[in-house]
Design a protein around this ligand. Structure first.
Ligand code: ZN
Ligand code: ZN
Ligand code: FE
Length: 762
């Protein structure tokens, strides 16, 4: 038998997921000699043995990799054969090029959970238990390659027992970088609000505090959480007051699936999301009479649930014996706190007790959020559990791109080689703190990827902090990308569509090419450009951004427009809540176009209808009334309202004023709000269908993509899908958020295509 040699390079998420031990076992089973090592670009294997054995070895490498591994590419070249049956796992080398292969953080596995619950195990009740199948990854990584010295576990020296596990190829903890035990690993402490250490079992103290209605700050995986009894209105109200968060829903951590099912309606697809390795917050319809404080999610029929994903969560939930609010540890609008020193200072005023520990968090990562729409999962916020997993793009980036994202729900994106990396959720770039968090996260991504971006992509809005950051960067190539074009391109990237496509981009707002606020757009889009085919008749926003909160202004403007200056105000309780003088002022402003910029966003139609028919003058947070209008709809209702379409130049304008007039007459006929809301949704879906079909008539059959924050609306998405079914091929988001959290991915691919075009390449 002749011996041959092969050097096999594997790229993807292959570090920190038990990949090398698995390769080791595979090689031993098949009598292959050689070695495996981590590099900055993945894993490299030198394999020696008979040809047939090598073929079999290669096949099995791709057939059943460890559960958390993701192989993006495998290539091999022949090398000179070496003798010997030994197979070794070599130390890491940090030469080579970029390409992050740090895996996302993984939830506690069943084997580790069993250990922490077993009184005879040496890790009984130890909150930092993990193995190669589970535990923190991205959030403890300081650099690549992902090895213990490059993580925040570096200061902890393994005890003899842990070292034995770490060194033994057949152990579950073989090369588990965060491996630890009570003897040698991080230690949990309970602190008073002023920072003094409390004596007693920290988990028992924290559970007790929750049971007494107090608030606990706990250091989790990607940052601090604030926790309290989710069944107690008094506790939740106290948390709202101290965190200064009026009505935005809080997420609830439940002990297990059974508890989730007691609180919400959890189907097959929902269960899969809850239990997925990413462990996102699942939005699901709250069960009637569920034992939850009503202040958890005021006026919202959905509730956000998540399962424990660290041993600390498992132990705390078991000890507390009740569902707990689990919300980001911060003041409203600030980034999540992730360091102990800031915790006492910034959370001491909110929490009565703090659970801290000495394993540092290197990267913030908020909980991700997802929902099931039309039978499939859609990620609304892509952060912990997903980041920094790469997204393979259709066309490689010639030069590295940094895309800075939007203003709200910001996430940036780095494009390099054939992969795009969306960064963690940063939040709304309103304050200095958030901007600093954004800059830190960008710096870290540049380090992990060993990249100096050459192209900087940004939104067209001149006042977005992300735009200003982009323009201040030293790199000379800056490319501004239209907001809705970026939304559409993010969906194209997710589905690896070359374009052109017909893009339906519906959201609240985004800067148009000539300024102005867009958001109800049908685009004919390629990666390097687009044509605006259709939009919705704009609504005048009296006072600009003020109207986004004071939604009665939007309702009034639309009503006044639809009834041509003679709005039937007396029919609506909404307006009895507003002083006559202010109503007159707003009418005056919108009619004479004084400080009343026109807004095309579909979100504004939701605001207007919601305010009017639900009698809700003010949104406590952006999109609140729009969401209520969505939730008010009766899904059994099929009726719809009329609309009109006209064309100016090559742009179709869709006019929903006839729909509002019909809705008003339904309302005066005392038809239920649930019916009116459903008819509103159906009208939008039909109008969308008509717009898409007329676009297709112009362009020929093209794929259609749905993007923008409005496609977080399950009913709207389902109705639009049903409307287009059979006529065209429709793609919607799955793992890339439809909202502004996915924007940067589209910015990155557009900027790369535009730069290519400018260079004259194709
Ligand atoms: Zn484990
Ligand atoms: Zn140990
Ligand atoms: Fe948007």
């Amino acid at each position: 038998m002749t011996r041959a040699g092969r050097r096999i390079a594997i790229r993807g998420v292959v570090q920190g997921v038990g990949f090398r031990p698995w390769v080791y076992r595979l090689a031993r089973e098949r009598g292959i000699g050689g070695r495996v090592r981590n590099g900055t670009d993945g894993v490299t294997i030198d394999a020696f043995g008979p040809e047939e054995a090598l073929d079999g070895f290669l096949r099995s490498l791709t057939e059943s990799p460890p559960p958390a591994a993701r192989i993006h590419g495998l290539q091999w070249v022949p090398i000179a054969a070496e003798s010997g049956e030994d197979f070794a796992i070599e130390e890491s080398r940090s030469d080579g090029t970029r390409r992050v292969s740090i895996p996302p953080d993984l939830p506690t596995c069943a084997a580790c959970l069993a250990e922490i619950l077993d009184p005879s195990d040496r890790r009984y009740r130890y909150p930092f238990t993990n193995c190669t199948h589970c535990g923190p990854r991205f959030t403890i990584a300081r650099d690549v390659p992902y090895d213990r010295p490059a993580t925040t576990m570096a200061p902890f020296r393994m005890c003899a027992a842990c070292q034995r596990e770490y060194d033994s190829p057949l152990d579950r903890r073989f090369h588990a970088q965060p491996n630890a035990c009570p003897q040698c690993g991080p230690r949990l402490r309970a602190l008073s609000e002023s920072g003094e250490e409390l004596s007693g079992d920290p988990i028992v103290l924290a559970a007790l505090a929750c049971a007494e209605g107090r608030i606990v700050a706990l250091k989790g995986i990607g940052g601090f959480h604030l926790a309290c009894d989710a069944t107690s209105d008094a506790a939740v109200a106290r948390l709202r007051r101290r965190k200064r968060r009026e009505e935005k829903p809080f997420a609830v951590m439940v002990r297990d699936l059974a508890e989730a099912e007691a609180l919400a309606i959890v189907g097959e697809a929902e269960r899969a999301l809850l239990e997925s390795a990413e462990r996102p917050i699942l939005l699901a319809p709250r069960r009637e009479g569920a034992p939850l404080a009503s202040s958890v999610a005021p006026r919202n029929p959905l509730v956000g649930l998540l399962l424990p994903y660290s041993p600390l969560h498992h132990l705390l939930l078991a000890e507390a014996g009740r569902p707990l609010i689990m919300t980001s540890g911060n003041l409203s609008e600030q980034p999540i706190v992730h360091r102990d020193d800031e915790a006492v200072e910034r959370l001491g005023g909110i929490a009565d007790l703090l659970l801290v520990h000495d394993r540092e968090i290197a990267s913030r990562a908020d909980d991700s959020v997802a929902r099931v729409i039309a039978g499939g999962p859609v990620v609304f916020r892509r952060s912990r559990g997903y980041v920094p997993r790469g997204i393979a793009v259709r066309r490689p980036f010639d030069r590295p791109v940094l895309a800075c994202g939007g203003h709200l729900k910001n996430a940036f994106c780095v494009g390099i080689g054939d992969t795009a990396y969306l960064g963690p959720h940063i939040g709304d770039l309103e304050g200095v703190e958030t901007l600093r968090a954004f800059e830190e996260a960008v710096e870290l991504a540049e380090r992990f990827l060993r990249v100096r971006p050459e192209i900087i992509a940004h939104d067209l809005h001149p006042l977005y902090a992300s735009t200003q950051y982009a323009l201040a960067r030293p790199e000379p190539v800056k490319i501004g990308v239209q907001h809705h074009h970026a939304h559409v391109a993010s969906a194209m990237a997710e589905h690896r569509l070359e374009g052109p496509v017909i893009g339906v981009a519906y959201d609240g707002t985004g800067y148009g090419t000539g300024g102005g606020s867009w958001g109800g757009e049908i685009l004919l889009a390629r990666e390097d450009g687009f044509e605006r085919l259709a939009t919705f008749r704009p609504i005048a926003l009296a006072g600009g951004d003020i109207a986004v909160r004071q939604v009665w202004r939007i309702a009034l403007a639309l009503l006044d427009d639809a009834f041509e200056g003679d709005p039937p105000l007396e029919a609506f309780p909404l307006f009895s809540a507003v002083p006559r003088r202010r109503i007159e002022l707003v009418c005056e402003m919108t009619r004479r176009r004084i400080q009343s910029p026109p807004a095309h966003g579909i979100g504004r139609y939701f605001d207007a209808f919601g305010a009017l028919f639900l009698a809700r003058p003010v949104s406590a947070y952006e999109g609140q009334v729009a969401l209520e209008w969505n939730m008010a709809a009766d899904p059994a209702e099929d009726g719809a309202y009329p609309y009109e379409a006209s064309a100016a130049e090559n742009l179709v304008i869709l006019d929903l004023r006839p729909a509002l007039r019909s809705a008003v007459s339904d309302y005066c006929d005392e038809r239920s709000v649930a019916t009116i809301a459903a008819r509103f949704h159906n009208t939008l879906a039909r109008a969308t269908g008509a717009l898409v079909r007329s676009a297709v008539a112009r362009t020929g059959p093209l794929p259609v993509v749905l993007s923008g924050g409005c496609f977080q609306n399950a009913l709207l998405t389902e109705r639009v899908l049903a409307e287009l079914e059979g006529d065209v091929r429709v793609h919607r988001h799955r793992e890339i958020p439809p909202g502004d959290g996915g924007l940067a991915l589209g910015q990155a691919t557009i900027a790369a295509a535009v730069a290519r075009g400018a260079q004259g390449g194709s």
